[in-house]
Design a protein around this ligand. Sequence first.
Ligand code: GLN
Length: 497
Amino acid sequence: MSDTPLFDASVSFLRRALDARKISSVELASVFLDRIATLEPKLNAFVTVDRERALADAKAADARIAKGEAGPLTGIPLAHKDVFCTEGVLTSCGSKMLANFVSPYDAHVVTLLKDAGVVCLGKTNMDEFAMGSSTETSHFGSTHNPWKPGHVPGGSSGGSAAAVAARLAPIATGTDTGGSIRQPASFCNVTGIKPTYGLVSRYGLIAYASSLDQGGAFGGSAEDCALLLGAMTGFDKRDSTSLDRAPENYAAALAAPPADAAKPLAGLTVGLPREFFAAGMSDDIRVAVDAALAQYRALGATTREVDLPNAKLAIPAYYVIAMAEASSNLSRFDGVRYGHRAAHYDDLFDMYCKSRGEGFGDEVKRRILVGTYVLSHGYYDAYYLQAQKLRRLIAEDFRRAFAECDLIAGPTSPVTAWALGAMSGDPVQMYLADIYTTPVNLAGLPGLSHPCGFDRAGLPVGLQLIGNYFSEAKLLEAAHRFQQATDWHLRRPALAA
Ligand code: GLN
């Protein structure tokens, strides 16, 4: 085997090392746990690291490997975003409200991955209740971008993205309501995929905006994402929006050799939305994205312009719908059944008010207030209903675009990672940075972000690929072919150990 350090290796490399008994799962888990111990004080990517539990998982995985019963992920370490309920482990959702919540059950995704034999290293930091684009709203403090301490990792799944970028974990789960997998993936130079709405069960995923929330995968490459996503999907009757479809083997699809090795993407038409390439994107991002598109053409793909005329309305539509659903979903945190309860109160109503007042941070409160307002009598038609109509128009735009192309490509974010605090005083400015990711969630489509270059300050740039419903294999394959021909995804931040 090559001299790649183990923490830097791909999942398939680790699989071969485990199967060939070059290393045990316990040893592998220790490599990552030791790395976490060294680098975590600088990054704050985790809310919880559970060494004992991880080593126990690894021991069980070793026994399974010894019996010849290993699956693709048996013995592979992973980190879960702290939005997924994990039995017996703190599940904080980045909030003071749940800072004492040890979940009594596992999310469906967690169960599937346990069954696959993964080793859970811990739970990653995130914006409070997944509301944010920077991981700065976490009750547990901001995560730092491994590429530039003092800069945000993106969000809300910033902890997972930073953990994979710093190689504190080879793969990690995330959730994406309006970009929370793709945008931090782009800020941290990792690959992240949000699948078609309904492909990954939301059971045990603490709800932000239920019609938009979707679990997905982070990895060092499209190949690693394919392995993780493949293990996360599957029908679950406990989620009423879970889709009953036969699971796909995404990794096997990537392994198949292309018909034309020199032009592996021959026949693929990539649509470039005029609206995504209009003003607003920084020059450095445009240069990196244009170069990536040239690479796609060199690999045989054809590019053509397409129109998404209503995409510019995605931000108002998304923030009305997301906040409306959040205001309803977060009403369950009342200090009665679980979560934070105020120490002093006069009566039941006062207890609700004080518990919620103390337990939620400012951004969450802002969203509950706006969400309650847009759903209120007299305003519902003006805001919520209008937003739902826009949502339909945006989905129609994509439907029309996909009649002309197989995939859509563009920047993941109009900006690269900003300095901590730079946008905190202006929430609307931060919302506007979600312009390229939110239309995808509104339409329920799958989207992927992969590394495609750096800006002048050395901060990563991501390319977003959007596919039609259930085109995850196509998205992953396109990104994989790009990664076979380029090395952006192999660049690592200089992290002094
Ligand atoms: N930044 C968006 C928001 O704040 C998206 C968050 C997410 O996808 N969870 O709502």
